[in-house]
Write a new protein. Structure first.
Length: 510
């Protein structure tokens, strides 16, 4: 099933040697996993439970954990009809169709025969990947995020292969990587970052974002990275097909020379594999060999936050990071990448120099702020990003406009559902004021919508407050303090790594 690794490109060997170290879319579709504003990652538990009860995947996981440098040369047989059926069941029911026009429910008619045929084509090599259908969803800053909606059969095969590959790569990925991984989510990354800033000697923050990451993944490098662990040529051929399938926009097929479509089921895993070799292993090596003080790292997809004790470390890391990414066809976003003074000493040090308050930075929908506890002492405050809050309120206003003539009770039930989803993600400690403000604005928008339905409407504040009390949830903090949840999930820090003063917030022990 496995053989030793073949001779690799020197750049890949260098990367491996470092191994010591909520916006609604225009239409419903398979989402980019872990999008900000959602507290739930669909199907994560079912994915893990399937892997746990599958003897074949269990053996793969154990072999991958024990033999880190070996390649798996026989994997495709794990994609059987039963796994394809589960992959179909895991897909989103009301997702928008791809270029095939096939909806989930339509494919379910005669499902057994369809999956048997799909299974045969995959194993015979006659399966053909179809191009993704290009669509766009609005971002909070007013720009459009391009998504690629895969054909339904492509989603099924991709989802099944992700299940198999996760058994390998979940043993390889490092602890500070949180995005698009089973059993990990945004709040795990937020907890790790908060604990690192509060417990370590962090004085400087590098807030980095890769510009157009999904659109600029180099296909050749992508396949070289995958081949470090995967030697099954049939699996490699499938991945190449999906990378090269292209996209259809306005009826025109656009060839794919680089990148992987956001929205494709396989894309999150491929993105993690790419950044594992390009960034994660390198960052761990940099920490071991170069950092002179404390250093913490948290990555969620292409959003990276790195904390440093000393400014020279931070400046050198950022400069070398730019060079590192450039070697793999990537670059940092100039407007979203910053080095700022931040941490328990930032306010005092800046005041001594006659400077203003410490700058803030955004991560996963929250603005992180240097604050103080009531009795003194440093407090990391996290508030909902203002632009995300106002974008969500605008969505609610548009939603009420579409429900203009619905019964008040129906509107109230819909608003209550929307607010409960919003609170589920944003109800973290230190964010209560933002939650109260959000509820106030929702009530105000609802009252204005009711009054505008008729010139005779006399909905008073007393009336709308009674309706709000009946249908809308009250804001309350539901998430524990980061240190409480983090230390339950990860009961110890990663051990010291070669340099006694250096500690690494990895969110785990690998």
């Amino acid at each position: 099933m496995m053989h030793g690794p073949e001779k690799s490109d020197p750049a890949i060997v260098a990367a491996k040697s470092a191994n010591k170290a909520g916006q609604p879319g225009a239409e419903r579709m398979e989402p980019r996993a872990g999008a900000e504003g959602t507290a739930r990652q669909p199907h994560t538990d079912r994915t893990l439970s399937r892997a746990d009860v599958s003897p074949g995947l269990t053996r793969i996981r154990e072999a991958a954990k024990d033999r880190k440098k070996e390649r798996f040369t026989s994997l495709l047989h794990h994609i059987d009809v039963a796994l394809l059926e589960q992959a179909y069941d895991w897909l989103k029911r009301d997702a928008a169709p791809g270029v095939d026009g096939m909806m989930w429910a339509d494919y379910g008619e005669g499902l057994a025969e369809r999956l048997a045929d799909l299974h045969g084509r995959v194993h015979r090599g006659s399966y053909r990947a179809q191009p993704s259908r290009r669509t766009y969803i609005p971002k909070a800053d007013g720009r459009q995020r391009p998504l690629g909606i895969a054909a339904l059969e492509d989603k099924i095969v991709q989802r099944a292969l992700v299940e198999v590959l996760n058994a390998i790569y979940e043993t390889d990925f490092l602890g500070f990587s949180y995005g698009f991984r089973p059993g990990r989510g945004q709040h795990d990354a937020l907890d790790a970052l908060a604990v690192g800033i509060e417990n370590q000697a962090v004085n400087w923050i590098v807030d980095a974002d890769i510009r157009g990451f999904f659109d600029n993944i180099d296909h050749d490098w992508m396949m070289r990275f995958v081949e470090q662990r995967i030697g099954d040529r049939r699996v490699l051929r499938l991945i190449r097909k999906w990378l090269k399938a292209g996209v259809v926009e306005d009826g025109v097929l656009q060839a794919a020379e680089k990148g992987t479509p956001q929205g494709a089921v396989i894309s999150p895993l491929l993105a993690n594999i790419y950044l594992h070799y390009v960034y994660d292993l390198w960052a761990r090596q940099w920490r071991q060999r170069h950092a002179q003080g404390a250093m913490i790292v948290v990555r969620y997809a292409d959003d990276m936050v790195v904390g440093f004790e000393h400014r020279p470390d931070a400046e050198r890391f950022l400069a070398e990071l730019r060079d590192r990414l450039a070697g793999f066809g990537l670059d940092l976003h100039p407007d979203k990448t910053r080095l700022i003074e931040f941490g328990r000493n930032a306010a005092g040090d800046r005041a001594a120099r006659g400077e203003g308050k410490p700058e803030t930075f955004d991560f996963l929908g929250f603005t992180h702020i240097c604050s103080r506890k009531r009795r003194g002492g440093f407090l990391l405050a996290r508030h909902t990003r203002r632009d995300r809050k106002w974008a969500r309120l605008q969505d609610i206003k548009e939603g009420l406009r579409r429900r203009w003539h619905q019964d008040v009770a129906e509107q109230g039930k819909w608003l209550g559902s929307v607010m409960r989803g919003y609170f589920a993600y944003h109800a973290i400690p230190t964010n209560s004021h933002a939650l109260k403000a959000f509820r106030y604005h929702v009530v105000h928008i609802w009252r204005r919508a009711l009054r505008r339905r008729s010139q005779r409407d006399r909905t008073t504040w007393a009336d709308i407050n009674r309706l709000a009390s009946r249908y809308l949830p009250q804001p309350r903090i539901t998430h524990p303090w980061p240190s409480q949840r983090f230390h339950v999930t990860h009961p110890r820090w990663e051990p010291y790594a070669g340099i006694p003063p250096v500690r690494f917030c990895a969110g785990g022990t690998r």
